[in-house]
Design a protein around this ligand. Structure first.
Ligand SMILES: Nc1ncnc2c1ncn2[C@@H]1O[C@H](COP(=O)(O)OP(=O)(O)O)[C@@H](O)[C@H]1O
Ligand SMILES: [Mg+2]
Length: 220
């Protein structure tokens, strides 16, 4: 089942007279239960694409549809509603509220989405190798632990679409394997998973790999 579809996405940035074309006509579709790896050099538009797919950023051209509903050019409260209901997201930073413990961050996500139960939090945290860290503040976590806590938040509501921007950038090989196994498991349960990554180990487990260069998908 197609859960997300984007057609002809364009995104321009302007700094003075300079124009940066971050996305130039990107089309992408995600199916339930499919694991997609998105690769590309720094500055190629990966994070911009993820932000546009999640409705966090508004493309200058093109349309993003979520489960048949158009998200693009809708008022922010409507985009937020679609995001809360259907998406789990792990961005490169800023995934956790710093004044809330890991547990409170996860509980908040459950409340916003209307999915998941607080009784599941310890299992969820444990499945990501974060035993004993549910009740600490994000400031006490290492970079890799914070990324996994962010993933716990993203998974809390059992989303239909999971978007992760470099989830294993800061972790050691063993932890990377744990994160990859978890992502595959979530995907096999029916979630559409899109992961931005430079990791060969992660790309090797994906059902397909999409390459982006200078804001355009490269067909190889
Ligand atoms: N807020 C912004 N203002 C201006 N330029 C931006 C902004 N965000 C991204 N860009 C530019 O858009 C291009 C794509 O950036 P990004 O999507 O972050 O790439 P990636 O995630 O692949 O490293 C880069 O040239 C970047 O400098
Ligand atoms: Mg990026």
């Amino acid at each position: 089942m197609r859960v997300l579809e984007a057609t002809e996405l364009y995104r321009f940035y302007h700094a003075g007279d300079d124009e940066v074309v971050a996305l130039r006509g990107v089309a992408i579709a995600l199916d339930a239960g499919e694991f997609t790896a998105l690769r590309g050099p720094s500055g190629s538009g990966k994070s911009t694409l993820v932000a546009c797919l999640a409705g966090l950023d508004e493309p200058d051209g093109g349309v993003v549809s979520v489960l048949g509903e158009r998200m693009t050019r809708r008022p922010e409260p409507e985009r937020a509603r679609l995001r809360a209901r259907h998406f789990g997201m792990l961005m490169q930073s800023g995934n956790l509220f710093e004044h809330l413990t890991v547990r409170a961050n996860i509980r908040l996500q459950m409340e916003i989405s209307g999915h998941g139960r607080p009784g599941e939090i310890d299992d969820l945290v444990g499945s990501l190798g974060l035993d004993g860290l549910a009740d600490v503040l994000p400031a006490h976590l290492s970079g890799g632990e914070a990324a996994r806590a962010g993933l716990a938040v993203a998974l809390a509501a059992k989303p239909q679409i999971l978007l992760c921007d470099e989830p294993t950038a800061e972790v050691d090989a063993a932890t990377e394997q744990l994160v990859i196994d978890r992502l595959v498991e979530v995907c096999r349960s029916g979630t559409a998973v899109l992961v931005v990554t430079h990791s060969l180990a992660l790309a090797a487990r994906a059902d397909r790999t999409i390459d982006i260069r200078d804001g355009g998908i490269v067909h190889g």
